[in-house]
Ligand binder design. Structure first.
Ligand SMILES: Nc1ncnc2c1ncn2[C@@H]1O[C@H](COP(=O)(O)OP(=O)(O)OP(=O)(O)O)[C@@H](O)[C@H]1O
Length: 286
């Protein structure tokens, strides 16, 4: 993992830390969810608007370090919006506006002194549809390293990233072939290799397996669990079995952009506190 003191001061303007406030009894989060893990990301009373439409309402959520946190909920409830708020990808949407706090290691990522490009180096993203560059497999992984000037030992870094993305065995002999010639599942693992090559702390994944067949899905699921040993993973999924299988913590968003319940995945699936959550996870709606 990154050797820069767990990211403290690594992102321009991210040097200050504020102490998290203690939580109140009516917070949607349940005890034990983080299992003693340090909080890497915390939203406090986060609202997101697209023009006059409010997509997220007062979201309080903590993301534990080196765990997989799944964001689940019906279509349009704001899962992707929350994910994009974390590394300020919503900045790229003209009408998007954020209120409240989104803390990365205690520093609000929306403070004026935060450089979003530097932030995204620390918080990488993998999208629903595999989107390799129309370049060779090697160049796909090398791209971010070259942009950041991390070109010493570049072949070794590329190899390590492909190994961590569980792709090396399939591409070792064809690194100069186009990334677009890989299968969909391989392309997605290539995108994961690209995202981790620059050694981020957090990986945001927006339905990374939804465009893949069952075999490729299973490989990506195994990979996500492995990646959590080195990275903090936040994954949006529509697939509740997948959330139950691979996540440590689950946050349930429901229509209207509300976070209804968040906590230990087993507790959420086996014994949810809210009827609405139970109805959703048992398939009564959504
Ligand atoms: N670029 C945008 N411009 C305007 N409104 C948007 C934009 N992106 C999302 N929205 C709106 O914000 C709300 C939340 O959308 P979001 O994509 O975050 O939900 P989601 O839970 O990820 O949905 P899905 O599961 O279908 O991907 C929806 O009402 C959506 O129409």
């Amino acid at each position: 993992m990154s050797s820069d003191g767990a990211g403290q001061g690594a992102v321009t303007g991210m040097a200050d830390r504020s102490e998290p406030e203690s939580r109140t009894d009516d917070d949607p989060e349940r005890s034990g969810a983080t299992d003693g893990a340090e909080t890497v990301i915390e939203s406090r009373d986060l609202d997101v608007f697209y023009g006059d439409e409010q997509a997220l309402r007062g979201i309080d959520l903590t993301i534990p370090e080196h765990r997989v946190t799944a964001l689940i909920g019906p279509s349009g409830c704001g899962k992707s919006t929350f994910l994009r708020s974390i590394n300020r990808m919503n900045d790229l949407i003209d009408v998007a506006r954020v209120e409240g706090d989104l803390l990365f290691r205690g520093k609000n990522v929306y403070d004026e002194d935060v450089d979003p490009v530097a932030l995204r180096r620390k918080i990488g993203m993998v999208f629903q549809k595999p989107n390799p560059f129309p370049k060779s497999i090697r160049d796909n992984v090398a791209y971010g390293l070259e942009v950041q000037g991390k070109t010493d030992d570049i072949d070794e870094r590329i190899h390590t990233a492909l190994e961590r993305a569980a792709l090396i065995d399939e591409v070792e002999d064809r690194l100069d072939e186009s990334g677009l010639d890989l299968s969909g599942g391989q392309q997605q693992r290539l995108c994961i290799a690209r995202a981790i090559a620059t050694d981020p702390e957090v990986l945001l994944m927006d339905e990374p397996a939804s465009a893949l067949d069952p075999v490729a899905t299973s490989k990506v699921e195994d990979l996500v669990e492995e990646l959590a040993q080195e990275y903090t993973v936040v994954i949006v999924t529509h697939n509740m079995q997948q959330a139950a299988r691979i996540s440590d913590k689950t946050a349930v968003f429901l229509t209207g952009g509300e976070l209804v319940e968040a906590g230990d995945t087993n507790e959420i699936f086996e014994n949810p506190e809210h009827d609405r959550v139970e109805d959703y996870i048992t398939g009564k709606f959504g």
